[in-house]
Design a protein around this ligand. Structure first.
Ligand code: MN
Ligand code: MN
Length: 285
């Protein structure tokens, strides 16, 4: 359990450091890189690229290699980070409000607090969803139903179990020593996300021979360095020449897959709060 505790501790430290970087006029490229550098400085690795998702984008966005996006006054910014210590993962997120969305931020934060309070051994998973849903609705907003928390395992961000943000009547029960991330999303919109633009986040999809030498070297690097965890186009661009071309080729071959951004269907604003917990022991991040 030591690696999980260490990953959680670093994730917590880095999340609050990162939140301090979210200001109007900050480039999301600088924000992502400074946070990732901090993770390395503290002796850990990224479990996934730093996610900075703004306003109606709920999740799955990191800075592209040449990203010029600037955070603007009034933006609602979700910062979601993952720290890996030998594959043990701390996954946590916070929403920074540069506008007038205090209540919306509070809704996801309160929903997380309420969810964590009851997330003990023996509790039904649907009941966690129910309290999240009710808390968010009490604030006058909707939970996003097709985004959810999850169990974690070494080198696995989604380890099989889904922790819903509404009562899906799942009667499976939490067990002692399960590691789960609870992550309520609250929105002013209809409460559903759809696929949007490019996220800059990739995963290894399937192994298959490829002729191009640069592509072969990139695959080898991805396997050794990330071991199944998601990675950023930015990271590959720093290590290899012609990365943009090679990544496109690998994507076309179905060897890697780029995640799409997840955007609220009715363009509603979205807040998110997330923590990783160890059932029976408490909060890790
Ligand atoms: Mn997360
Ligand atoms: Mn998560």
């Amino acid at each position: 359990m030591d690696d999980w505790k260490e990953a959680g501790k670093i994730a917590k430290t880095v999340l609050s450091y990162g939140a301090g970087l979210i200001k109007s006029d900050a480039k999301i490229l600088d924000v992502c890189e400074e946070i990732e550098n901090k993770i390395f400085k503290l002796g850990a690795k990224c479990a996934f690229p730093v996610n900075v998702s703004i306003n109606k984008v709920a999740a799955h966005n990191t800075a592209l290699p040449d990203d010029q996006t600037i955070i603007e006054d009034g933006d609602l910014v979700k910062l979601d980070i993952g720290v890996s210590v030998n594959g043990a993962i701390g996954d946590c997120a916070i929403t920074v409000d540069l506008g007038d969305n205090k209540k919306l931020v509070e809704a996801s934060r309160e929903a997380l607090n309420e969810g964590i309070k009851i997330a003990k051994e023996g509790i039904k998973i649907g009941d966690i969803g129910e309290i999240i849903q009710k808390t968010i609705q009490k604030f006058g907003f909707s939970p996003i139903r097709n985004l959810s928390g999850h169990s974690l395992d070494r080198y696995k961000i989604h380890a099989g179990l889904t922790i819903p943000n509404y009562n899906n009547h799942d009667s499976k029960k939490l067990k002692k020593n399960m590691i789960i991330a609870i992550e309520p999303f609250a929105t002013t919109g209809v409460g559903k996300v759809m696929e949007g633009g490019k996220s800059g986040i990739y995963k290894m999809e399937k192994i298959k021979p490829v002729r191009d030498t640069n592509c072969r070297n990139i695959i080898k690097y991805i396997q050794e360095e990330y071991n199944g965890l998601p990675f950023a186009a930015r990271w590959i661009c720093k290590k290899f020449k012609n990365s943009v071309f090679s990544l496109r080729l690998l994507e076309k071959e179905g060897i890697i897959k780029q995640y799409p951004q997840l955007v609220e269907e009715s363009k509603g604003l979205v807040s998110q709060t997330e923590k990783t917990i160890l059932v029976g022991e408490g909060i890790l991040t």
